[in-house]
Design a protein around this ligand. Structure first.
Ligand code: PHE
Length: 467
């Protein structure tokens, strides 16, 4: 196996893993999923899923990685049998699909940074035109920004784990949090802000239906970078001295906390923009891109500074997540094919970039990819990027999580899992934390995630509603 770097200490690991977790999922995706899911009821489901399902699986993934010091495929094969490698492959495939569209949205963020530096706050009103313009003749446009972003991600992964990943996470996240809090406080002073907060925080449980359940579940996995081996890979670089269950708790809290704050930032402003009526807000992939520039404009002169800094930091948050996605494929190529890091990065990035082209074109520039397929109960055609999102987030990630829970409980087995958890901690085998983790993996994650997975495929893709 190729030699591996290590994270310098517990803080470095948490910073890097939280850097993977915190990204477009929290700031771009979470708010629009909340609007699609009917507001606070979605938020409650999301929070519950993060703690009930995701935290235990997070602990399991990190432990598997640290125990084997291998990529997801190698790790599962070593602890289980050859056929368990398929779950590792599933994770790598899923990460590849996610990164292919992640680059595109991150490219939008980078482009917005440039536009807002130029003082073009009106870009909020022309989001549709901005994402549609992909022609090589009108550069710099989204094609240019997506390419730049892909190269940046590749460069950081090429530089290796320690230098690249840790550093970016440690400095940028606190700054991003400060800006979000400032925008939240300012947003509260606007008229109708409270109706936004109400929509976000006071649940109307009659809005919960099966679609809300699987979207909230997919969002929880996506946001925590779970179910596809990112944390197995990061765990493989982890020092034996680190207390895994504590590190996982910090990562979960940081990720959920930032998503929650992002909601607090955007909803008061949405209340203001929609004169207090949020029920009909069309939340889609454009939500933050359409609203935030107007928010910065509303801020007046401070907005000229806060606006560009926000989109720059969002791009960086996306970068630390993209790096963790690429790292999975790269570690796999290095470990399994004995490639040099440089070659592995080149192959993986080029492939993922090409796979992302349909998603780049799926926002109006190609009608084929913009109205790609019609499935389930929907009468409207789904664009290519939404298909990739649906497939990876709502289906493959929870499936991956379920299989990892199954693997930990029945294949790797309790005593081995405990032995790994006990390294670097004074955890007692009969303590509450360990009992909770094991109980959740065995009796909650495995049965419930498998049922939800089956129902999701039936409902979402085949249009068959059993409940
Ligand atoms: N968690 C990242 C985000 O919220 C996305 C991601 C998903 C990263 C899966 C790695 C693995 O933006």
């Amino acid at each position: 196996m190729a030699s591996r770097g290590n994270f310098s200490n517990q803080f470095g690991f948490i910073a890097a893993a939280a850097g993977s977790a915190v990204g477009l999922g929290n700031i771009w995706k979470f708010p629009f999923e909340v609007t699609k899911g009917g507001g606070a009821a979605f938020v409650v489901m999301y929070l519950a899923f993060c703690f009930i399902f995701c935290y235990p699986i997070l602990v399991a993934e990190i432990s598997i990685g640290r125990n084997t010091k291998q990529n997801p495929l190698g790790a599962l094969r070593t602890l289980g049998s050859k056929k368990w490698g398929i779950v590792g492959i599933l994770g790598i495939v899923c990460g590849t699909i996610i990164l292919s569209f992640y680059h595109v949205v991150a490219g939008w963020s980078l482009g917005y940074f440039v536009e807002i530096v130029k003082g073009n706050f009106d870009i909020g009103n022309s989001f549709g035109d901005f994402v549609k313009d992909t022609s090589p003749r009108t550069m710099p446009n989204v094609t240019f920004y997506t390419t730049i972003f892909t190269c940046l991600t590749a460069y950081i992964v090429y530089r290796g784990v320690k230098q690249g990943i840790e550093l970016t996470s440690k400095i940028l996240m606190p700054t991003l949090i400060i800006i979000i809090v400032v925008l939240f406080v300012y947003g509260l002073t606007l008229p109708h802000a409270l109706s936004g907060i109400e929509f976000y925080l006071i649940p109307d449980f009659s809005k919960i239906n099966f679609t809300v359940i699987y979207s909230a579940l997919g969002q929880a996995f996506f946001s925590l970078s779970l179910g596809m081996g990112t944390l197995i890979t990061y765990g493989s670089y982890l020092d034996r001295k680190v207390t895994i269950h504590k590190a996982a708790a910090y990562i979960t809290l940081a990720d959920v906390g930032i998503a929650f704050l992002a909601g607090l930032m955007i909803f008061p402003f949405l209340g203001f923009m929609n004169d207090g009526v949020l029920d009909n807000v069309e939340g889609g992939a454009g939500l933050i891109f359409q609203t935030l520039p107007l928010f910065f404009q509303e801020l007046g002169t401070p907005g000229k500074v806060v606006g560009p800094v926000f989109f720059l930091l969002l791009s960086f948050a996306a970068l630390t997540s993209a790096v963790s996605l690429l790292e999975v494929a790269v570690t796999y190529l290095i470990d399994e094919f004995k490639l040099k890091r440089r070659t592995a990065v080149l192959i993986a990035s080029t492939f993922i970039f090409l796979l992302g082209i349909p998603s780049l074109l799926a926002h109006g520039s190609s009608s084929f990819f913009s109205e790609f397929i019609t499935y389930g109960n929907s009468e409207k055609a789904t664009d290519f990027m939404s298909l990739a999102e649906d497939l990876a987030n709502d289906s493959l990630l929870p499936l991956g999580g379920c299989l990892i829970a199954f693997f930990t409980v029945y294949i790797w087995k309790k005593h081995n899992f405990y032995a790994e958890l006990k390294r670097g901690s004074n955890l007692k085998a009969d303590g509450f934390v360990i009992k909770y983790i094991m109980f959740s993996l065995k009796y909650i994650c495995i049965p419930i995630l498998s049922i939800i997975f089956i129902l999701t495929i039936l409902d979402h893709f085949l249009g068959i509603q059993l409940i």
